[in-house]
Design a protein around this ligand. Structure first.
Ligand code: FAD
Ligand code: EPU
Length: 347
């Protein structure tokens, strides 16, 4: 194995450092690509067979070893392609850390990404589930996605509308591993109405003593809230929210509220649907802070976050997730759907 040049390949590689649950898994082949132009050549060298792209592994559960090759992008370039009076088009390589891009854009006087500060992972993965937090989603700011289409065996540029972004959803989720995203272009405004409405941001700014916030203050408030609520994966393995917040017909939510008036409910883009808090449902079933003998558990600070206390395997975490989901279904009649990608298992 050589680790220089436009790409390099390792065999029987450990994936423990490449997933934030820190579970043990191995890849028959691990392909690193630093120069996306070399991607076709690198893919040919890796041979035929299944291919799984991994960024930081902060939204995957490795329930078994992946088959075939795992691909990691190492291109971490950030630059401005166009500077206009009211916005700039920024381009970042797939391997760039998402939070680094947020910090860089704020330093350049660009706004929009402040509510998405401190989300773990890479730029290349951000469009996959349309990362979102504190009232913003990345899809709003995506200009286009650059990718290698493994089906057509050619380069494509997918503009925002073609990406079909939704809540934790996109075209890419429906055709996994078809598009290998090599770079993302974002359209970031120079002046932008700050989003302070999401619960907690206003209070945090007050606590910080900020009266007239700028985008960087919002980012700092979001960072402080996230550090309080979510366990640091370097300390306690996790993949953030393990389940999506379920979207249900408004009538079903009304019926649930009759019996459980404290259930947090959020509006969706569809007036006939509401989103309910999965964390609340899970906490109500008594799971918050639970720790199984396998070391799989639920974070004491947030009921939606499954954690690995050290020795849990991907299969142990999946087993706990299934037990949690079954109890929520039984008590509330609400199905839960995992947010992370399951590798080597079906839900
Ligand atoms: P990975 O986990 O490596 O991959 C995720 C998916 O994307 C996989 O299907 C993978 O195959 C695919 N993929 C990755 N890179 C590429 C590429 N270049 N081309 C094609 N496919 C690719 N998410 C949110 O939306 N909001 C949050 O607030 C949030 N908070 C989190 C907090 C914590 C503590 C943690 C651990 C996770 C959190 N997440 C959150 C989830 C996660 O950070 C995001 O989903 C992130 O985008 C995953 O990036 P990654 O590089 O780790 O992707
Ligand atoms: N809640 C509980 N118990 C808990 C935690 C929260 O009842 O243990 C209740 C809170 O009272 C609150 C509600 O749940 O009313 C929502 O909690 P929070 O603001 O923490 O948000 P969330 O819905 O649990 C979502 C995203 C997060 C994102 C935050 C902030 C999903 C699946 N998760 O969590 O994204 O950071 O909002 O916007 O939509 C992720 O995707 O990995 C992730 C962390």
């Amino acid at each position: 194995m050589t680790s220089t040049g436009p790409w390099w390949l390792a065999e029987n590689a450990s994936l423990q450092a490449l997933n934030t649950f820190h579970v043990t898994a191995h890849a028959p082949r691990l392909l690193h690509v630093a120069d996306p132009e070399a991607l076709p050549e690198a893919l040919a060298a890796a041979g035929d067979g299944p291919l799984l792209v991994l960024g930081s592994g902060s939204n995957v559960l490795l329930a078994a070893d992946p088959e075939g090759s795992v691909l990691c992008f190492e291109n971490r370039d950030i630059g401005i392609l166009e500077h206009r009076t009211d916005h700039a088009i920024v381009r970042a390589g797939a391997g760039t850390s998402w939070h680094e891009l947020v910090t860089w854009s704020l330093g350049e006087g660009l706004s929009g990404l402040e509510n998405l500060a401190l989300i773990p992972g890479t730029v290349g993965a951000a469009p996959i589930q349309n990362i979102g937090a504190y009232g913003a989603q990345v899809g709003e700011f995506i200009h286009l996605v650059e990718a290698w289409d493994t089906q057509a065996r050619g380069w494509v540029r997918l503009e925002r509308d073609a990406c079909r972004f939704g809540y934790r959803d996109s075209l890419f989720k429906h055709e996994p591993d078809r598009y290998l995203i090599t770079a993302v272009q974002l359209r970031l405004p120079l002046l932008h109405e700050l989003r302070l409405g999401y619960a907690g941001i206003g209070e945090e700014l007050q606590r910080m003593g900020v009266e007239l916030p700028v985008a960087a203050d919002v980012a700092n408030a979001v960072i402080a809230i996230r550090r309080r609520k979510l366990p640091d994966p370097d300390v306690l393995g996790n993949a953030g929210s393990f389940f999506k917040n379920p979207q249900l017909p408004a009538a079903q939510v009304e019926a649930l509220l009759q019996e459980h008036p404290a259930l947090p409910v959020f509006a969706t883009d569809d007036p006939g649907q509401r989103k309910v808090s999965a964390a609340w449902l899970i906490e109500a079933c008594g799971w918050k802070g639970h720790r199984a003998p396998s070391d799989a558990g639920v974070a004491p600070s947030h009921a939606l976050v499954l954690v690995n206390h050290g020795q849990a395997s991907g299969a142990d975490l999946l087993d706990l997730a299934r037990r949690i989901s079954a109890s929520v279904q039984e008590r509330f009649g609400v199905p839960l759907e995992p947010e992370p990608r399951l590798v080597g298992a079906r839900w």
